[in-house]
Design a protein around this ligand. Structure first.
Ligand code: MN
Length: 317
């Protein structure tokens, strides 16, 4: 079955230094392969897509990307250079690739302008943000100027894990928990819940956010979020239960989770129109991801929605 994949990463020149933060988390041999594939757009990536029947990959700068830049002026310049680089690479395979904008949220007004340039001039189809920026999360009112532009341009925002700002004591002395194994899931799910509880979807009712990794555990937790907020002293201003905000505004991808239980949970809790195929290339094996969705215990109509129909309509492809 043909597919569109949307958590597919690359690295632009100059971004290698931001990867230093994740290097200690990887087995060196695995990291060497990943680092070879990230800047490659021609042979191996296209071969992989052909083998997996991925017609279109929507590419994004790998984490932490520009979120890892401490200097705001540098971040603005670096984001813009990454977007120009990606646009040039896409133009060499314009049938196969689309792009997510990389924006410097260190400067929210400039990030809004860069997103507009990316969508209107470079024809990118959305924006991907790698977690927190300088310890700030996207529910902060300072980012409303950016959300206004996301909303006006009608493009989705992919909230991808990044490097957490700080670490809860529960991680102390247990490096196994760091990174993609567990730490990033907690951080990204919590960031997404900040959007729900922080009123972002009330202020910007047509905004759509995408979470990878089968929703970073949120589909599993909807009933409990509703049940516990109902007896909490907080959250009284919410117009809808948390589950409803999540169903109305959040879509998830299958990236990095090739198991039927979480897939069926996501389809059941969010609906079959809110789950989209992705691979998390080159961090994950794309062929395992493709085989997983082909073999999933869903009917053809459901698989078509997950593999390409929902992405086609969301990104106007
Ligand atoms: Mn990823």
């Amino acid at each position: 079955m043909r597919k569109i994949a949307l958590e597919e990463h690359f690295s632009a020149p100059g971004f290698e230094k931001y990867l230093d933060a994740v290097v200690p988390m990887f087995d060196p041999a695995a990291l060497a392969t990943i680092e070879k594939l990230l800047p490659e757009f021609d042979d191996q990536r296209i071969d992989m897509m052909d083998r997996c029947e991925i017609d279109i990959a929507i590419l994004s700068q790998t984490a932490p990307g520009v979120q890892g830049e401490a200097d705001s002026n540098n971040a603005v310049k670096t984001a813009s250079a990454s977007n120009d680089f990606l646009a040039e690479r896409i133009s060499r395979h314009s049938e196969r690739y689309r792009g997510f904008a990389c924006v410097a949220l260190q400067a929210p007004t400039e990030a809004a302008a860069e997103l507009e340039r990316c969508v209107n001039e470079l024809k990118f189809v959305g924006v991907l943000v790698n977690g927190q920026t300088g310890g700030e999360y996207l529910d902060d009112a300072k980012f409303d100027v950016f959300w206004e532009r996301v909303s006006a341009l009608q493009v989705p925002l992919y909230l991808h894990p990044g490097i957490p700002y700080d670490q809860s004591r529960v991680f102390t002395g247990r490096p196994e928990l760091k990174g993609a194994i567990w730490e990033w899931t907690c951080d990204t799910a919590t960031h997404a819940l900040r959007l729900v509880f922080g009123g972002v979807f009330d202020r910007f009712p047509n905004v759509k956010v995408i979470l990878g990794h089968m929703g970073e555990t949120l589909p599993f937790s909807l009933w409990r979020l509703d049940s516990r907020i109902a007896i909490s002293s907080f959250g009284k201003a919410m117009k809808k239960p948390p589950s409803q905000y999540i169903r109305d505004h959040i879509l998830v991808t299958t990236s990095g989770v090739c198991a039927n239980g979480p897939l069926l949970c996501s389809v059941s809790e969010l609906g079959e129109d809110s789950v989209m195929f992705s691979t998390d290339y080159p961090y994950e094996n794309a062929e395992i991801a493709a085989r997983f969705i082909e073999d999933a215990p869903l009917n053809t109509e459901q698989k078509e929605k997950i593999c390409f129909r929902t992405a086609e309509s969301l990104f106007k492809l």
